[in-house]
Design a protein around this ligand. Structure first.
Ligand SMILES: Nc1ncnc2c1ncn2[C@@H]1O[C@H](COP(=O)(O)OP(=O)(O)O)[C@@H](O)[C@H]1O
Ligand SMILES: N[C@@H](CC(=O)OP(=O)(O)O)C(=O)O
Length: 415
């Protein structure tokens, strides 16, 4: 069986949906499971609904209408008849959303978030499944929540592999399936999400459980490039990357592949192809066992909106194990993701990411015992296989606040 994944960028409009048809006709669609994300930036739009709902904002209905109209505009372009069954499906899903908003009693933001944002994937997969069925690609829409089982750690749920393997292996391997990325279900039957951009990971979970022959992620770029083309000129296509090299790149923040995607694939030696949905003739990137990187070039990874924090003891004592243990405990409590660490006798610096808006609380707590200086909104650059020229290129981007080098990987925090 093959697994395909189409992300939001590939299904952002009717042209994108029609393009899936082209891809499937070109590549074949037997014995295939297709994982699809929410259309375009719909997850961000659903996040606005969550915020408006939690803040009891008067803009709530406006945000709901925006997401509804976005999907209806696409279906109007895709389906010719004035009244189509898909309209009823969309109404039903928005009915479920309203039902949740009215009956919900919980004040747990993360729980509410997962119950709401998941509608993006439910809507996109319904629309695409209908469209393919009408265009002679008979397929089976399945609710991923019946298959990917997780704990109840909302917004960052952990997969219960035992249950997930058992349910996924029940799927008939001779069919074409369409399902949602990003979502799972906790044992008390609530929707969970696997973390932003988690659909790649969903696809890898299916590939692993189905012992798939390959996973193909269809993208709006030629494949994995040696840098993000939105921020770097003259990027180069990486034709071959070993699992380990790809894991390192994803770990440092190469957003083109979700970091959790690679381990399950490596474990079963399932090749990952990253290909352009616009350019079906091109082979793109293969991530597999084999040479670590072809061509062997420096790779640049950037992480924006970082906070560089320097922490020193108030009594000028050395930063030793007991202080570090204290600091890590507080970082963990406030779910701050540490992307870089540098330690000296008198100060400890960390470059962190504040996904859950907890930085102020962290500061309040840590300032009780330590002296803090910090820079917000800095950029962390990582260069894999760094050369002098590559480092210079990054140093020209601004003031270097911190630089660290380990075995060919150089990291710079730039203001
Ligand atoms: N190393 C890289 N190689 C290719 N694309 C990259 C890289 N780093 C970042 N990107 C960006 O990732 C985008 C595609 O990923 P993403 O937005 O996550 O797509 P999708 O919605 O399909 O998951 C590209 O348009 C590109 O700008
Ligand atoms: N829709 C989710 C999951 C996802 O992976 O999306 P994409 O494949 O478009 O990055 C998100 O935006 O986070």
């Amino acid at each position: 069986m093959k697994v395909f994944k189409f992300g939001g960028a590939s299904v952002k409009d009717a042209i994108g949906v029609k393009n899936i048809l082209k891809v499937l006709k070109n590549e074949g669609f037997e014995n295939t499971l297709i994982v699809i994300s929410a259309m375009g930036k719909m997850t961000n739009a659903f996040e606005k609904i969550v915020t408006a709902y939690c803040q009891k904002s008067k803009d709530l209905n406006q945000h709901i209408n925006y997401t509804k109209n976005y999907h209806l505009t696409i279906t109007t372009e895709l389906f010719n008849s004035k009244k189509h069954l898909i309209d009823t499906e969309i109404e039903t899903l928005f009915g479920h959303l309203s039902g949740f908003l009215i009956t919900n009693k919980s004040t747990d933001y993360n729980y509410i978030y997962d119950q709401i944002v998941g509608f993006g994937e439910l809507l996109s997969t319904k629309i695409i499944s209908f469209y393919l069925n009408e265009n002679n690609i008979p397929n089976n829409w399945i609710d991923v929540r019946d298959f990917i089982k997780t704990d109840a750690n909302y917004r960052d749920a952990k997969v219960d592999w035992e249950k997930t393997i058992t349910t996924i292996q029940r799927l008939d391997k001779n069919k074409l399936f369409i399902t949602q990325g990003f979502l799972g279900q906790s044992s008390n039957k609530n929707t969970t999400t696997l973390g932003r951009e988690g659909s790649d990971y969903s696809a890898a979970i299916f590939a692993y459980c189905l012992n798939a022959q390959s996973l193909t992620i269809w993208k709006d770029v030629e494949g994995v490039l040696n840098a993000d083309p939105r921020y770097f000129e003259n990027t180069q296509l990486l034709e071959q990357i070993s699992y380990n090299e790809a894991i390192e790149m994803a770990f440092y923040g190469a957003s083109v592949i979700h970091p959790k995607t690679l381990k399950p694939l490596e474990n079963k030696n399932i090749p990952l192809y990253v290909r352009s949905f616009d350019n079906l003739k091109n082979v793109g990137t293969t991530v597999s066992k084999g040479h670590y990187l072809v061509p062997e070039v420096s790779c640049f990874i950037l992480k924006q909106q970082q906070i560089l924090v320097s922490i020193s003891a108030k009594d000028f004592s050395f930063m030793v194990e007991s202080n570090l243990s204290d600091i890590f405990k507080v970082l963990h409590t406030f779910k701050l993701k540490v992307n870089l660490i540098q330690n000296s006798a008198l100060s400890f610096s960390v470059c962190i990411e504040d996904k859950f808006n907890n930085f102020t609380q962290f500061l309040n707590e840590i300032s009780l015992n330590y002296t803090i200086t910090y820079f917000e909104n800095v950029v962390l650059y990582t260069i894999r296989h760094a050369t002098e020229n590559a480092i210079k290129k990054i140093e020209q981007k601004g003031e270097t606040l911190l630089k660290q080098s380990t075995q060919g990987t150089v990291q710079l925090v730039i203001k």
